[in-house]
Design a binder for this molecule. Structure first.
Ligand code: IDP
Ligand code: MG
Length: 147
């Protein structure tokens, strides 16, 4: 059992895609442990994207991700990290497989609608950046045994 951090980015929130995106994860069988709408400040954006500091797209990425509210989620399930990444698709929506979130809802790499942790270490770190321990519920799906 794993937990992963997933967020609908400001473009996805502004476009009214939160419901559609959550529905995909619910339909897949992932368990929603916590969720909230918030606007990231520059410090949080820089901490979250620390691995990209110094890259040519970094400043644009920080200004985009802080430009409006994001929808932050913790999702739980067997292989939740790779399941969520598969469902998101490639970073560049043009390379993402149809049926994935980025392929179905996005066109440009810098407006690709969704983020998901890429490893156990980043999931742990990102969950800790966005959620206090007491915000992580012990909610379990009623259909858990069937998934
Ligand atoms: P990921 O979101 O699929 O994990 P990362 O390589 O971690 O992709 O990049 C973080 C985010 O930075 C991407 O989702 C995308 O929005 C943006 N990004 C990555 N590479 C580029 C680029 O070459 N140009 C513009 N934006 C980029
Ligand atoms: Mg990444």
């Amino acid at each position: 059992m794993e937990r992963t951090y997933v967020m609908v980015k400001p473009d996805g929130v502004a476009r009214g895609l939160i419901g559609k995106i959550i529905t995909r994860f619910e339909d897949k069988g992932l368990n929603l442990v916590s969720a909230k709408l918030l606007q990231m400040d520059e410090a949080l954006a820089k901490a979250h994207y620390q691995e990209h500091v110094g890259k040519p797209f970094f400043d644009d990425l920080v200004s985009f991700i802080t430009s409006g509210p994001i929808f932050a989620m913790v999702l739980e399930g067997d292989e939740a990290i790779s399941v969520a990444r598969k469902m998101m698709g490639e970073t560049n929506p043009l390379e993402a497989t149809p049926g994935t979130i980025r392929a179905d809802f996005a066109v440009h790499m810098n407006r690709n609608v969704i983020h998901g942790s890429d490893s156990e270490a980043s999931a742990k770190r990102e969950i800790g950046l966005f959620f206090k321990p007491e915000e992580l519920t012990s909610a379990k799906r009623a259909d858990w045994n069937w998934i």
